[in-house]
Design a protein around this ligand. Structure first.
Ligand SMILES: *[C@@H]1O[C@H](CO)[C@@H](O)[C@H](O)[C@H]1NC(C)=O
Ligand SMILES: *[C@@H]1O[C@H](CO)[C@@H](O)[C@H](O)[C@H]1NC(C)=O
Ligand SMILES: *[C@@H]1O[C@H](CO)[C@@H](O)[C@H](O)[C@H]1NC(C)=O
Ligand SMILES: *[C@@H]1O[C@H](CO)[C@@H](O)[C@H](O)[C@H]1NC(C)=O
Ligand SMILES: *[C@@H]1O[C@H](CO)[C@@H](O)[C@H](O)[C@H]1NC(C)=O
Ligand SMILES: *[C@@H]1O[C@H](CO)[C@@H](O)[C@H](O)[C@H]1NC(C)=O
Ligand SMILES: *[C@@H]1O[C@H](CO)[C@@H](O)[C@H](O)[C@H]1NC(C)=O
Length: 322
């Protein structure tokens, strides 16, 4: 590879004197999400129709802090040179051939990995040679945060756990609804996954206020924004009775019944008094029409008759079922 490079560079210097062959990059920096696809582009001059047999395109990658570069994709005299491709890129890197005639050497990498990040060299030889560098940054936001709450055996403390994977390494903050920090008593550790991601686990052990909710925040200044997970104290209540499921199964319907019964009774009674079409006071009396009290003497005969007829009417309708 080094030999070809030296040769091409020599050629470049020679061609610089005569016709200028230059490779250009419309975009120098690409920042992509782990697992997505990326296309990186280099442009070269094509005069008229492309003579593919004269075209050589080399894409190489070099990670930061590493001296050796990897061959990502090579097109030599119009033909793909797959045997020399680095195994990291097998089946994931391709040159978009249809774009070549337009003078565009576009490298596509699918399901981008953390290890794909680095500096990419694109070298093009087409009756003249030149090269440029492109930088690829890969990030993985801590999208899915797994939460777990456990009761500490024999104590009134709870263990809150937030776990997520991403890149670069994130700090984890814990807070209550008033954004009051609780991170002091948290223990955050990480491991590296096979994909090169950070597997961050934060454990907070404390005595929560059951009328507050809590959240864990994964933060890294290089990642645009932060992600967080909300832990509801409702989860605590179910944890508190963990292993006593029957108790929860009993408490919940009981609470529902306690809440629903009084309103059901009120509705029932309202409906009944509406059906009877008379005020409560009258209803009391009708159960005992012969009741003699002081107020009774104030009633005149007319009222008395009306009162009795009402009672009869309502009895006839059959709506009094007490
Ligand atoms: C990435 O490219 C592959 C192959 O072209 C395609 O199947 C896949 O859907 C693409 N993924 C995304 C996220 O665009
Ligand atoms: C491109 O082709 C035109 C004529 O089609 C010619 O005048 C010009 O010199 C060519 N340029 C290069 C760089 O070959
Ligand atoms: C807490 O922080 C969040 C986001 O940082 C904000 O939306 C919210 O209003 C804050 N709450 C209080 C009580 O300050
Ligand atoms: C944090 O957790 C790790 C692993 O579980 C443990 O080794 C370490 O002692 C803990 N640190 C503190 C301060 O609790
Ligand atoms: C991340 O760590 C957690 C616990 O520390 C573990 O259960 C999980 O399997 C790990 N995930 C990966 C992808 O390594
Ligand atoms: C629990 O939270 C509520 C509501 O934020 C607050 O009024 C109360 O004082 C808190 N109790 C304790 C013990 O901190
Ligand atoms: C806690 O969160 C749950 C579910 O998100 C919500 O229903 C409840 O109102 C919250 N509690 C408080 C005190 O904000």
């Amino acid at each position: 590879m080094l030999q070809i490079l030296t040769m091409l560079l020599l050629e470049t210097q020679l061609s610089m004197v005569s016709a200028l062959f230059t490779v250009e990059v419309p975009q120098q920096l690409y920042i992509v999400e782990h697992g997505s696809n990326v296309t990186m582009e280099c442009r070269f001059p094509v005069n008229g129709s492309l003579n593919l047999g004269l075209l050589t395109v080399v894409w190489e990658q070099k990670r930061q802090g590493q001296s050796k570069s990897k061959e990502v994709y090579t097109l030599r005299n119009g033909k793909a040179s797959l045997p020399s491709q680095h195994h990291d890129y097998v089946g994931r890197a391709a040159l978009l051939h249809s774009e070549l005639k337009l003078g565009r050497a576009i490298l596509q990498i699918t399901s981008v990995k953390i290890t794909d990040a680095g500096s990419y060299l694109c070298l093009i030889d087409y009756q003249g040679a030149d090269y440029k560098y492109i930088t690829l940054e890969v990030k993985a936001s801590y999208k899915r945060i797994n939460t777990q709450v456990m009761r500490k055996p024999g104590e009134d403390k709870f263990v809150f756990i937030c776990q997520s994977e991403g890149f670069p390494l994130a700090e984890v903050f814990w807070q209550n609804e008033k954004n009051f920090s609780l991170s002091g008593s948290a223990n955050t550790t990480y491991t590296l996954t096979a994909d090169g991601l950070y597997n961050v686990t934060s454990i907070l052990t404390f005595k929560p206020n059951l009328s507050e909710n809590y959240s864990c925040v994964f933060w890294n200044k290089e990642l645009n924004g932060q992600t967080s997970a909300h832990i509801s104290t409702l989860a605590l209540i179910s944890t508190q009775y963990n292993g006593q499921k029957s108790l929860v199964l009993f408490i919940v319907p009981t609470c529902v019944m306690v809440a629903v019964l009084p309103s059901a009774l009120i509705i029932f009674q309202k409906r009944k008094s509406f059906e009877n079409g008379q005020p409560k006071e009258d209803r009391k009396r009708k159960h005992n029409p012969n009741l003699k009290d002081e107020n009774r003497d104030d009633f005149n005969a007319q009222t008395e008759a009306l009162y009795l007829s009402t009672v009869t009417a309502s009895r006839d309708s059959g709506s009094v079922g007490l």
